[in-house]
Design a protein around this ligand. Structure first.
Ligand code: NHR
Ligand code: GAR
Length: 224
């Protein structure tokens, strides 16, 4: 594992990550320099999620709460919340977590539950985002980190990254281009949160007191 040299000037925040699959976003978080974050656990709703092996390799506690073991969404979410709350996390990070969460669950974690979604929200919420983007012929696509609310994929937006869609893209090549940017903006988001620069206010507005306005324009396809 890589040495993490920097040190935290604030009180460390405890993080629980939820996954369902590959776990590349989780891996990007575990391997980023985030000295103010302490990763308490990685929880998966699927026992065969490859991400669990990666988490174990990083020495993080893992747990499976299999949605198939529960008769309905309410009872699954109750079991999931119990597993999470044992760790008393400051923030819960959805990293390729594929189960829609009930309003009660989301309310319990208001302001401390974030998700990364593979589109420029509010466009292309839901599933198969890259395929739908290509069908529509859009020329700029990307990814979004947002606070989770019960309004699926419509929670307050924290940060987005845009990428060009190329004429010869397939869902796979486009997904790979977007994923590279996911691995940049998610660690940045968690760093902001754990250092105390990012929160959600009572009106549902994102408060971020530390950011750069880059002023870059992306034109796609490019001008000649
Ligand atoms: N829950 C709430 N309440 N609000 C959000 O914004 C959520 C959420 C749970 C997950 C991630 C989201 C995404 O980034 C997310 C955001 C799964 C589905 C879905 O349809 C939709 C959106 C997201 C995640 N899931 C199916 C279900 O029935 C199952 C699909 C599967 O297992 O492959 O839960 O895209
Ligand atoms: C990522 O592209 C993430 O944005 C997306 O699934 C992929 C998970 O990859 N999430 C969703 O679609 C949530 N419904 P990962 O497991 O390698 O991070």
């Amino acid at each position: 594992m890589r040495h993490k040299p920097k040190f935290c000037n604030a009180t460390k925040k405890s993080v629980v990550i939820l996954i369902s699959g590959r776990g590349s976003n989780m891996q990007a978080l575990l391997e980023a320099d985030l000295p103010c974050c302490r990763f308490a656990a990685v929880i998966s709703n699927k026992a065969d999620a490859p991400g669990l092996v990666i988490a174990e390799r990083h020495g993080i506690a893992t747990q499976v709460v299999a949605h198939r073991d529960y008769p309905d969404r309410e009872s699954f979410d109750a079991a999931l919340a119990a597993a999470i709350d044992r760790h008393q996390p400051d923030i819960i990070v959805l990293a390729g977590f594929m189960r829609i969460l009930t309003p009660g669950f989301v309310a319990h974690y208001q302001g401390r539950l974030i998700n990364i979604h593979p589109s420029l929200l509010p466009a292309y919420g839901g599933l198969d985002t890259h395929e739908r983007a290509l069908k529509d012929g859009i020329k700029i696509h990307g990814c979004t980190v947002h606070f989770v609310t019960s309004d699926l994929d419509h929670g307050p937006i924290i940060i987005q990254a845009a990428v060009p869609v190329r004429a010869d893209d397939t869902p796979e090549t486009l997904a790979a281009r977007v994923l590279r940017e996911e691995h940049r903006i998610y660690p940045q988001t968690l760093r902001w949160f754990c250092e105390g620069h990012l929160s959600l206010d009572a009106d549902g507005k994102v408060l971020l007191n530390r950011y750069k306005q880059t002023g870059h324009t992306l034109i796609s396809p490019g001008l000649e």
